[in-house]
Write a protein that binds this ligand. Structure first.
Ligand SMILES: O=C(O)CCC(=O)C(=O)O
Ligand SMILES: [Fe+2]
Length: 349
């Protein structure tokens, strides 16, 4: 599992080698670039003026028959499943379920992803630097400042006063920490330093509602009579210029079991490659409410997210936005206008 968003690269290849791979070339084609703001030292995100989206598959509304035919999009026959499901002829084990979630379900999982999922004992990318942080989202909404957060990196194991003080961070606004939130983990906790699931880390079960949803949505990728067992999930939070580099999720025991991956918020481009970075990936749009399943052979394939569309015309979140109208939810609205959230659920054992 390891990708640039998590701060570690799986492969030992050098940056120059990566530039040469087909996967890297596709990432460069779609990513957002940073450029200096005129007459300032600030950097802003800019889209390449030549951004070419002609080869991005759309499983949603605008089906391009010619492109679908070229790439090998197939309609998967799932008699017991109540939604259309698509696959790719060259990628057995990959499934795309467009608009799998209702608007109400999307809102519910956005609220949960922001308010509940980062709560301890669940770990986040901030935990190693600040220790457990409670009520991050509500504190940010109330413009609070955290003045007592741990600094585990400075801890010397000494109980003297000076050492205790250096174990604390200087006051830090909750909004600043919320902007730095990149992932949280649910259920069995993944230990990024050991690169495995650490069953001894305190954890709670995957919430019942998410479990039920994942089991239902996993069914197109399951053999008859088998049931998916959700044991862990990673919640990714993407801001406008964030991306997730190409990677393979390889820390779960049984790769015949799917990863159930839910998109929420702004539209993005998802790249599905082959078993090496040399294979040219297929690009597709993922919108709020879409679900991707990767099982079997598709689990061995490199994948990543090079681009999030946060500008109003391309984000495609108009109907979502109309749901967060109360004064109390203005903060969620402001967050999701510029963000994408992905919840991916896994069976570990
Ligand atoms: O954000 C996504 O759609 C993909 C996330 C992913 O691949 C991962 O967390 O391993
Ligand atoms: Fe992944």
């Amino acid at each position: 599992m390891a990708a640039s968003v998590y701060g570690a690269e799986t492969s030992a290849a050098t940056a120059a080698d990566l530039e040469r791979t087909a996967f890297r070339r596709a990432e460069k084609k779609y990513k957002l670039y940073k450029a200096p703001l005129p007459k300032s030292r600030k950097m802003i995100s800019v889209t390449k003026s030549t951004l070419d989206l002609a080869e991005v598959i759309d499983f949603g509304t605008e089906i391009n028959e010619t492109l679908h035919h070229q790439i090998g999009v197939i309609k998967v026959d799932c008699p017991d499943f109540d939604r259309p499901v698509f696959g790719l002829s060259d990628h057995p084990g990959f499934y795309f379920i467009p608009s799998a979630l209702s608007i109400e379900e999307q809102c519910h999982w956005i609220r949960e992803s922001l308010q509940s999922f980062p709560q301890p004992p669940n770990r986040t990318n901030l935990t190693p630097f600040y220790g457990p942080i409670y009520d991050l989202f509500d504190a940010a909404k109330r413009q609070e400042v955290f003045s007592n957060l741990e600094n585990p990196g400075n801890y010397q194991g000494d109980s003297q006063k000076e050492t205790m003080d250096s174990c604390k961070h200087p006051p830090i606004p909750a909004t600043k920490l919320l902007r730095k939130l990149r992932w949280s983990t649910l259920g069995l906790q993944f230990d990024w330093s050991m690169r495995n699931y650490n069953v001894s880390l305190p954890h709670t079960k995957i919430p019942e509602g998410l479990c039920k949803l994942a089991k239902k949505m996993a069914s197109p990728a399951m053999s008859k009579g088998e049931e998916f067992r959700p044991e862990a999930a990673i919640v990714n939070y993407y801001g406008p210029s964030d991306m997730l580099g190409g990677h393979v999720d390889d820390m779960e025991a049984d790769w015949s079991r799917p990863i159930v991956s839910i998109s929420l918020g702004c539209k993005a481009i998802f790249l599905l490659g082959g078993k090496t970075r040399e294979d040219a990936p297929i690009a597709m749009y993922v919108r709020s409410g879409d679900i991707v399943l990767m099982a079997g052979e598709a689990r061995e394939c490199f994948h990543g997210v090079p681009r999030i569309f946060t500008n109003e015309e391309s984000a495609e979140i108009d109907s979502l936005i109309t749901q967060f109208t109360s004064k109390d939810e203005k903060f969620i609205l402001d967050y999701i206008r510029n963000s994408r959230i992905n919840i991916n659920i896994r069976q570990v054992n």
